[in-house]
Write a protein that binds this ligand. Structure first.
Ligand code: HEM
Length: 317
């Protein structure tokens, strides 16, 4: 009898061990993948959103959500429905807050401060995001008279440009100039600064667009990622951009120190004031200010002009 009990006891331990050791993480479905490149061959680089859409319709679970997991080649969660986007960006925001830095992001971040886009989840992330949302992107500032005037001015400039052009016109260029114009006004006021800010944003966009193949190669082969960014000259281009950006920002900040501000504050004024009177809620250095401004410029430009392109495309189709 005691032998039977011992056998049953050991057998139940074995079953428990097997069930625990075979527990797989409950990951979203994924198509079969290839070695090294994972699912890259399934994604059309010109229209990745279409590939993601059809892959999630095909492999996503129709009864729950359409989430799928792709290796591109690092594991990437593809979120295709509005309710899942809400779960990721709102309900579980903190779980998704930190992101792995790519080689190009690492060069950008090392060249300036942390900023809001690339900082790791933690006190700095919380405080810098809160400050940005409350003090720079809040309704009060967005609807303030100078910002509305800047917006109206950029819309008028865009409409005048379109009206003056009798032949074909590249609306993408117009939308880009408009989006960048509005954010440049908001960040550094009107004068010469806005034009230079626009040129620097163009430089960054050009580096990112022209170097996208090398950036992808660096992510696919992380072991030689540094070598790829070096041989392709990407690291030098980013470093030059960083130098120009930092120098330009330092000049504006120096100018602002010299001249008393008589107008409504722009984003840089707000950040500098918060640094000087210590109301930021975290240790806000000049490098952080430079990086936050860079992140806002990047976050505001492509998103806005892409949305406008889509609206125009939908109206015409
Ligand atoms: C149609 C236009 C826009 C869209 C679709 C859009 C979308 C988004 C999304 C989805 C995020 C969250 C990113 C994440 O947490 O991973 C984000 C973050 C952010 N956006 Fe926008 N945005 C738009 C316009 C703007 C504008 C005009 C500004 C500033 C003037 C701005 C500034 C920011 C900032 C500072 C962040 C936080 C930084 C980050 O997490 O990377 N955005 N935006």
């Amino acid at each position: 009898m005691s032998l039977v009990l011992l056998f049953l006891f050991l057998f139940s331990i074995f079953l428990l061990y097997r069930s625990l050791s075979s527990t797989k993480p409950n990951l979203p479905p994924a198509p079969a993948s290839l070695p090294f490149i994972g699912h890259l061959h399934l994604v059309d680089s010109r229209t990745p959103h279409r590939s993601f859409h059809s892959l999630s319709l095909h492999y996503g679970n129709p009864d729950s959500s359409r989430l799928i997991l792709l290796n591109l080649p690092s594991p990437t969660l593809v979120v295709s429905t509005a309710s899942d986007a809400e779960l990721v960006l709102k309900t579980h925001d903190l779980a998704f807050a930190s992101r792995p830095a790519s080689f190009s992001e690492a060069i950008l971040v090392n060249g300036t401060g942390q900023g809001v886009s690339f900082s790791e989840y933690g006190n700095y992330w919380r405080q810098s995001k809160k400050f940005t949302v409350v003090h720079l992107l809040g309704q009060k500032r967005v609807f303030s008279a100078p910002f509305r005037a800047a917006h109206a001015e950029e819309v008028t400039a865009m409409m005048d440009h379109i009206a003056a052009n009798k032949g074909e016109i590249n609306l993408s260029d117009c939308f880009y100039a408009y989006a960048n114009g509005v954010v440049s006004h908001a960040i550094a006021g009107k004068e010469n600064n806005a034009q230079r800010l626009r040129e620097l944003t163009d430089d960054l966009s050009a580096i990112l667009a022209n170097g996208s193949l090398y950036q992808l190669a660096a992510e696919v082969f992380p072991g030689i990622g540094k070598l790829i960014t070096k041989v392709s000259g990407l690291d030098k281009k980013f470093e030059l951009y960083n130098r120009n950006w930092n120098q330009f920002m330092a000049e504006i900040i120096e100018d602002k120190k010299k001249t008393a501000n008589t107008k409504e504050e722009d984003f840089l004024d707000v950040l500098l004031r918060a640094r000087d009177d210590g109301t930021a809620g975290f240790d806000l250095t000049e490098n952080d200010i430079i990086a936050i401004v860079r992140d806002i410029t990047a976050a505001a430009t492509d998103t806005t002009f892409n949305t406008l392109e889509w609206i125009m495309y939908s109206c015409l189709s």
